[in-house]
Structure formats: structure tokens, C-alpha cells
Write a protein that binds this ligand. Structure first.
Ligand code: GDP
Length: 469
């Protein structure tokens, strides 16, 4: 389709920096480079691929000097995209970058075209340089906000997930081969692999695929961070606890403009993991309608959360709202260890004890602190770090966990097809029909790495990328 043209884009972010890279890929990349960039030592021997050379970027139309820049040529097929790739390392000013990109686009009749988001990576996929799971891993590396998220994405990029999926797919295809024997020779008197053996093989595969499918629980927490919501009655100290945790360790601030709510999320790194704190603490009730919206918003945020931090005020007696908070913890706790109670304001005379909270039904760990004292941050963080660590410690096969809903859906489809195949095999249904289910499982697994893919799926994946990636 449009693989025949040459694309160009800045590969570095917009803004001032030491260096900005302008990247070109496609059949005319070198020709365009030769038109707009001239080495300052043209007679210093033949220029070699993958080596940087200093030169001037000159507007061929006017002869005007645009920048002095390093250039590198990476011929196909051993390049990023599998095509001829040329990069210019310019001075990192936004105007310089704009002008260099404009020159590449304007370079004669055969100029480049501005790349679409993710188009370089998409070309790498289409040219077989990387598979789809690896392309997704590149997006995950860029978006990683914790050490564990980065490590997981790098492991996927290095092919760990793809290899695991390919291994499963090869086993599915081996079963298909067994069935082929039955299909081809069903009239002849040869020893058939018994249907029970086939069903047992499929059963083993189901267990392996299910394990990878279930690793999503861990992989998602690693990739997206553990979403924690702070709940508690007004004035219990929710905002103070948020501030205590963010403190000077505030790592990354992400404003997530929700469609139905505008909860601001703050992310902190807790050990190797990211803890994404949803700030429902700022909700201040000033009228019935507002109060209702505020409470709904808190409940929704708590329901979506992976972890709940429930704040109680030790300087005030137990109230009905505290009972609501306890009910909320119980409603939420789909998994043990997904909530921490904080008994706040320990510096004030006590009207509520940890014992009373337990009597009132709190079954999660209770940490007594004073949120207004900065030195209370380390114990809070260490308690949370331990709990998050336990939460993320879901078994994953050989340490490989999937982290994308697309992969989970594909594995769920594969599981469904394999279960159908197993049942069909045991029910002495014709081998052709068992084979159809088996191949449906193979296709679903193939969708993860892109062996089987549609334009729509590709569009959805590469839309996530920025221009120049
Ligand atoms: P929220 O409504 O739950 O978000 O509560 P805030 O964090 O806004 O705190 C309400 C009030 O309690 C503020 O005046 C805080 O300074 C105060 N506060 C919070 N934590 C403590 C604490 O540990 N000790 C004392 N003495 N005051 C606290």
C-alpha cells in the first residue's frame, strides 16, 4: 500500500534540547539525504553505512544553510524498519527540526511524506523486523513508569512472550498434525493416535494457555501500576496522607482526563512497582447534589481500584460514615491483601482505637500514624510496599506475564477453542471438526504475535505510538 513512499519525522520530542533526530525511512531516504545534507569533508573516502558523518544541511532551492548536523545511513534490510533509513542529528531547536523536516518533504518531486504515528514501528512489523507483541513492547517501554514495568516491557521486546506464544502455537499445530493423519487415513487400517491421547494433549495445552491467560492479573499491575484509592470520611486526613506519600518522592504526575469524571492520578514508585493514587480526597461536599456526585465518584473509583487505603480518624469517635468505609473495604476485597486501614491523627487524644476498629469489622492490617508528620512517610511506604509486593506476586509461567487486554482476549479465544476441540475429540466427532477448533486456537495465538492480523488491529495498536516512533 503506502510502503513504497519515504516517510520523515522528528524522532525526538518537540522542544529545545541538545540534539534532535530527524528520521527518514523508505526507498528514497538516501537520495533525499544526499539532496539536503552535504558532508564537510566530501573527499574523505567512501562513506560507510551506520557511521556518523558531519555535514551541512542546505536548502537545495536557495542554497541557504539550515544547520550543521551529523548524518547516518542504515541500508535495508538490517535497519530499524527493514528499509533504507537515514537519520540526521541536528541541533535540538524546534525551528531547526521543523525546517529540516520541511526540506525532506520538499526535496524535489521525490520528497518524503510526514510519517503517521507509529509508522516506523509499523513498517518494522510489516517488514518482519519485529512481531506484533514486540511492537507493543516498544510502546510499553516508552510509557513505563516503574522499574518493573520497564523490565517487563524489555523482556517482551526481547521476545520472551513471543517465544512462549510460539511454543504454545507449535503444540497446537502438532495436535492438528495428529488429526490430519486421522483425516487422511481414516479409511485405512493404520494405528491411529487414540482420541483419548489427543484429548489429553489438548488438556495439557489448556492448562498452559490458562496459566498465561491468568498471568494478566500480574502483568497488568506491573504495566499500569497498582491503582489505589484513598477513602474515608471528610477530614479523616485523606489529602494529608496523599501528600505524605507523594512528598518529595513524587515521581511522575499524570493527569487523566476521564470521560465521566476528572479524578487526578498521582503515581509514585513503590519498590519496583508504580502505585497510582486516585485522589478522591479533594471531593468537598457543599450541597446535596454535589455530595451525591462526590460519593458516587469515590465509590466508583474504589470499585475500579486494585487497592484501597481506608483512613480513620482516631481523634473522633466511630461514626456511621466509618461503618460505610468498612463496608466499602469488604465489598471491594476480591483478593486478600488488597486494602490497608490507616488510623490517623495519633498525635491527638484517642477516641478510636485499632481494637475498636477490629471489633467493628476491619479485617485488614491497621497502621497507626500521624499524617501531618513527614517522618511517618517511611513506615507507611514500607507497609504499602510489602502489601503491593504480595498483591503483584501472582504466579506467572516462567516469569512471563501478559499485560495487554488484547493478549488476554486472544488467549481466552484460544482457550474456548481448545475446550471445544477437547470435547469434540472425546465425543468421537469427525476429525475435520476437531481440527477446525484446533486451528481456531492456533489463529488466536497467532494474533498475539501478528502472524494473523487485520488492518483494524494494526491501526488500533500503532495509534498508541507518537509520530517518529
Ligand atoms: P480529608 O478531608 O480526609 O482529606 O482530610 P485532610 O487531609 O484535609 O485533613 C483534615 C484536617 O485534619 C486538616 O486540618 C489536617 O491538617 C488535619 N490532619 C490530618 N492528619 C492529621 C494528623 O495526623 N494529626 C493532626 N493533628 N491533624 C491532622
Amino acid at each position: 500500500m503506502y510502503l513504497n513512499d519515504t516517510i520523515v519525522a522528528p524522532a525526538t520530542p518537540v522542544g529545545a534540547g541538545a540534539v534532535a533526530i530527524v528520521r527518514m525511512s523508505g526507498p528514497r531516504a538516501f537520495e533525499i539525504l544526499a539532496k539536503i545534507w552535504h558532508p564537510i569533508r566530501p573527499r574523505a573516502g567512501a562513506r560507510e553505512p551506520r557511521k556518523l558523518y558531519l555535514g551541512d544541511v542546505i536548502d537545495p532551492a536557495t542554497g541557504a544553510l539550515i544547520d550543521r548536523a551529523l548524518a547516518v545511513a542504515m541500508p535495508h534490510p538490517a535497519s530499524l524498519t527493514g528499509e533504507d533509513v537515514a537519520e540526521l542529528q541536528c541541533h535540538g531547536g524546534p525551528l531547526v527540526v521543523r525546517r529540516v523536516v520541511a526540506l525532506a518533504i520538499a526535496a524535489g518531486a521525490a520528497g518524503a511524506r510526514m510519517a503517521e504515528p507509529g509508522e516506523f514501528t509499523r513498517r518494522a512489523f510489516l517488514n518482519g523486523r519485529i512481531d506484533l507483541a514486540e511492537a507493543e513492547a516498544i510502546a510499553d517501554i516508552v510509557a513505563a513508569r516503574s522499574d518493573s514495568a520497564l523490565a517487563q516491557a524489555l523482556s517482551h521486546l526481547s521476545g520472551a512472550l513471543s517465544e512462549r506464544v510460539a511454543h504454545l502455537r507449535a503444540q497446537v499445530i502438532a495436535i492438528r498434525a495428529h488429526l490430519e493423519v486421522e483425516i487422511d487415513f481414516s479409511d485405512e487400517d493404520i494405528a491411529m493416535p487414540s482420541r483419548r491421547t489427543v484429548a489429553a494433549d489438548i488438556e495439557r495445552l489448556i492448562a498452559d494457555v490458562a496459566l498465561l491467560h491468568d498471568s494478566f492479573a500480574r502483568g497488568r499491575l506491573i504495566r499500569d501500576g497498582v491503582r489505589a484509592t484513598i477513602v474515608g470520611k471528610p477530614n479523616a486526613g485523606k489529602s494529608s496522607i496523599l501528600n505524605l506519600m507523594l512528598g518529595t518522592d513524587r515521581a511522575i504526575v499524570t493527569a487523566v482526563p476521564g470521560t465521566t469524571r476528572d479524578v487526578i492520578e498521582d503515581s509514585i514508585q513503590l519498590g519496583p512497582y508504580a502505585l497510582v493514587l486516585s485522589d478522591t480526597a479533594g471531593v468537598r461536599e457543599s450541597g446535596d447534589e454535589v455530595e451525591r456526585i462526590g460519593i458516587e465518584r469515590t465509590l466508583r473509583s474504589a470499585r475500579d481500584a486494585d487497592f484501597i487505603i481506608a483512613v480513620f480518624d482516631s481523634s473522633r469517635p466511630f461514626e456511621a460514615e466509618d461503618a460505610d468505609v468498612i463496608a466499602l473495604i469488604h465489598d471491594h476485597r476480591t483478593r486478600d491483601g488488597a486494602a490497608l486501614a490507616i488510623l490517623n491523627k495519633q498525635d491527638l487524644p484517642s477516641k478510636l482505637s485499632a481494637d475498636e476498629l477490629r471489633e467493628r469489622g476491619v479485617r485488614v492490617p491497621i497502621l497507626a500514624i500521624s499524617a501531618i508528620h513527614a517522618e511517618q512517610a517511611p513506615p507507611l511506604r514500607s507497609e504499602l510496599a510489602q502489601m503491593v509486593d504480595a498483591l503483584v506476586a501472582v504466579p506467572a509461567p516462567e516469569g512471563i506475564a501478559i499485560s495487554r487486554a488484547r493478549h488476554r482476549e486472544a488467549l481466552a479465544t484460544a482457550l474456548g477453542a481448545l475446550k471445544n476441540a477437547r470435547d469434540a475429540a472425546l465425543a468421537a466427532i469427525p476429525p475435520e471438526i476437531v481440527a477446525v477448533e484446533v486451528m481456531a486456537a492456533a489463529d488466536a495465538l497467532g494474533a498475539i504475535t501478528g502472524d494473523v492480523s487485520s488492518e483494524d488491529v494494526l491501526d488500533a495498536i500503532f495509534r498508541e505510538f507518537c509520530i517518529g516512533k
